[in-house]
Design a protein around this ligand. Sequence first.
Ligand code: NDP
Length: 347
Amino acid sequence: TTEIYTLSLHDALPISLIGASRIASNHMIDAIRSQPDAQIASVLSADAQRAESYAATHGIPQYFTDLDTLLAQTECDAVYISTTNEKHHPQAMKAIAAGKHVLCEKPLATSTTDAVEMVTQAAKRGVVFGTNHHLRNGGAHIAMRDLIAAGRVGKVLSVRVYHAVSLPEQLRGWRINDASAGGGVIPDITVHNVDTVRFLLDEDPVDVIAKSTTSGLGEGVEDSVMSVWTMASGTMVQSHESFTHSFARTGIEIHGTDGSIYAQNIMRQEPGGSVTLIDMQGEHEIAFDTHNMYHRALHRFTEATRGRGAPSADGIDGVKSLAVALAVREAAQTGRTRTVDYSGVPQ
Ligand code: NDP
C-alpha cells in the first residue's frame, strides 16, 4: 500500500523569533519559510512598537514583549534567538526550561561558562540545541572538507583564513561600540573562523597567540585581530578578521604535504566563490553546490527536532568556537599564549 503523508500547517514546527533582528529579516525568516514543515509563530522584541511593526512587515501572526508570556504559548515548540549577544544566555535558559528546542545565534554567550550551561541544560531537558554557524552549511566548505578527508592534500600542515571585511553601515551599532552587548570583531567573526576550521579539519585548536587593534570603527572594542592557533595535531592556523577592510576578499588556504586548496570569496552569507586544488597533476577547479546556507541550517535543525539527525552545528560546536574566540581576545589583551579553556564542555 502507498501511504500519502500530507503536511498541513498545523503539523509544521512553530518557531518563535526571539529578537526583531536584521539577521532574521535578512535571512532567517526566509530560511524558516523555505521549510515545508516549519512556520513562524511569533516574534519577541523589547519594544512594543517595534514588535508590532516587525510582525506586520513580515506577516508574523503574534508578537510579544515578554519572553515568559511568549514561552507560555502552546503554539511555540522552538525558538530562534538572534538578539544582541549578552541576551542569548538568559533567553536560551528560559526557553530550555520551558521545553523549547533552541537555535541560537553565535556567539552563544559572552562567557564559556554560560555557553556550557545552555548546552548542558538543553541536553538534560531533552531539547535540540543548534548554533547558527552558517558557513559549515556552504557547498564550498563541504567540498573542501571532503577533499581534505579524502586525502587530496595529504597531511595538512597549515591553514590561513582571511575574513577581513567592511562592516555594512547599518550594522555599525552595538558591534563597534558596546562591549556589554558582546561587541567587537572577535565575538562577531573570529567565532565563524574557528567553527569553519574545526569543521574542515575535524579537530580543535589547543592554544593561541593574537594581536588586536582598533583601525577606524571600534570604540572600546577591537575592530581588527590577527591570531595564530595550534591545532591538536600540530597544524598551524593563521586567522585574520576585521570590520574596516573595504576592498579585501575573503578566503581560506589549506596547505598540505600533497596539495593546496585555495578558496576565495567563500566567507560570506551568500553561496558562491571558488575552490581550487593544486597538486602534482596541476590546478583543478572544484565544483560545489550553491544552495542557500541558512536554508540548509534550518532544514537540519527542523529535522533534528523531529528526531532525525542533528543540527549542522550543535551546542558543543557553539561552545568551542566561543572558547577559542575568548582565548584569542585574552591572548591579544595579555600578549601571551593562551591555552583554550574547554573545561566543562560536554564530550
Ligand atoms: P541587530 O542589531 O539587527 O538586532 C539585535 C537587536 O537589536 C534586536 O533583537 C533588536 O532588539 C534590536 N534592533 C535591531 N534593529 C533595530 C533598530 N532598527 N532599531 C532599534 N533596535 C533594533 O543584530 P543582528 O541581526 O546583526 O545580529 C543579531 C545576532 O545574530 C547577533 O548575535 C549576531 O552575532 C548574530 N548574527 C549571525 C549571523 C550569522 O550569519 N550566523 C549574521 C549576523 C548576525 P529587539 O529584539 O528587542 O527589538
